[in-house]
Design a protein around this ligand. Structure first.
Ligand SMILES: NC(=O)C1=CN([C@@H]2O[C@H](COP(=O)(O)OP(=O)(O)OC[C@H]3O[C@@H](n4cnc5c(N)ncnc54)[C@H](O)[C@@H]3O)[C@@H](O)[C@H]2O)C=CC1
Ligand SMILES: O=C(O)C(=O)CO
Length: 328
């Protein structure tokens, strides 16, 4: 049987790659920088499947060029780089990887909270640089127990963070697009965004990037936070106005920020944020464990292969897509 033609905008995990290659003839971009747009458009001319990555914009322009495309799959839960309406208009299902990365990403978000509160990386720098001469000059942290954590975006990962926070004795408030029916089980109180900004000692944001959430943390929002507030972003860099965050940290309007995601990404070595003493940044590692990235790659491969075979995708963002008649 003829193999499907598929484009991968980065290499994926070997076991998932093997499964894809059993059924597909693949073109893979193997360099560290994003695939050049012109090359991608060229490759997509006869491609039936696209295995995309967050650094590639899948928009009207790209889809208009990809006449044979049956499916787009991506190894991430966030899909802010994909124009879902454009996919749907063209009858192309898009599959992401929800669920399988929830606990792993919640671990990282909570690690940022703990690491920031207890100044773990400053303490490590302190020990390494030979400054540990007495206990007088050690970096001091702040308690979690009895404080208030505000979670913005109380979806799968937000709830997993709430469970961790409960175990540490934090009071939990949250803001979400809609109130959750199960918030009593989580012992989390639904509040409006402004109250969350004003009441929280720690804020963790896990809201998807969209037209509504882009720039949702700017100068006005930082001004409403406590001067002792810790701000943690594990969602997407662009939900924060980076200049406003820099100003808020520099002027000590807020105490500290811990970021797993930044705008832009990757963050250049001379970015002003890196000159601040009150910040901790990790390089977008929320889901980056061997086990989880492997699970994500397999789920993305499942979506890709299902779409190529005109079957329903296991995890489809636009499941109302109609396949051409008689295709199944
Ligand atoms: N740092 C990392 O490596 C990772 C980052 N993420 C980010 O985390 C996000 C959340 O992931 P999940 O919890 O799995 O998604 P989810 O879909 O389960 O939860 C998102 C929640 O945000 C709420 N929401 C959406 N727009 C909102 C708005 N404008 N204002 C308030 N609430 C809003 C939704 O109602 C939903 O409850 C992803 O979209 C992705 O951007 C996810 C995985 C890893
Ligand atoms: O899944 C996502 O959205 C990520 O950011 C990486 O796992």
């Amino acid at each position: 049987m003829a193999k499907y033609k598929v484009v991968l905008t980065k290499e994926t995990w070997p076991a998932a790659m093997e499964r894809i290659e059993q059924h597909c003839e693949v073109k893979v971009w193997k360099e560290a920088e994003p695939i050049p747009r012109t090359l991608l458009l060229e490759w997509l001319k006869d491609a039936e499947g696209l295995f995309s990555t967050g650094d590639v914009k899948v928009d009207e322009d790209l889809l208009a060029n990809a006449h044979q495309l049956r499916v787009v799959a991506q190894s991430s839960v966030g899909y802010d780089n994909i124009d879902i309406d454009a996919c749907t208009r063209r009858g192309i299902p898009f599959g992401n990887t929800p669920g399988v990365l929830v606990e792993t990403t919640a671990d990282l978000a909570f690690a940022l909270l703990l690491g920031a509160a207890r100044r773990i990386h400053e303490c490590w720098d302190f020990v390494k640089s030979g400054k540990w001469e007495s206990t007088n000059n050690i970096p001091f942290g702040v308690d979690l127990y009895g404080k208030t954590l505000g979670i913005v975006g109380m979806g799968d990962i937000g709830c997993a963070v709430a469970r961790r926070a409960k175990a540490c004795g934090l009071n939990i408030i949250y803001y979400n697009r809609t109130r959750r029916m199960d918030d009593q089980l989580l012992e989390a109180r639904y509040v409006d965004f402004r109250d969350l900004l004003q009441e929280s000692d720690f804020i963790i944001t896990l809201v998807p990037l969209s037209n509504q959430s882009r720039g949702m943390f700017g100068a006005k929002e930082f001004a409403q936070m406590k001067p002792s507030a810790y701000f943690i972003n594990a969602a997407r860099g662009s939900i924060v106005n980076t200049e406003a965050l820099y100003e808020a940290l520099k002027s000590k309007q807020i105490a500290y920020a811990a970021l797993d995601v930044t705008d832009p990404e990757p963050l250049a070595g001379d970015n002003p944020l890196l000159s601040l003493p009150n910040i901790l940044i990790t390089p977008h590692i929320g889901s980056a464990t061997y086990e989880t990235r492997n699970r994500m790659a397999h789920l993305a491969a499942d979506n890709l292969l299902a779409g190529l075979g005109r079957q329903a995708l296991p995890t489809c963002v636009n499941p109302t897509v109609n396949y051409p008649q008689g295709a199944l």
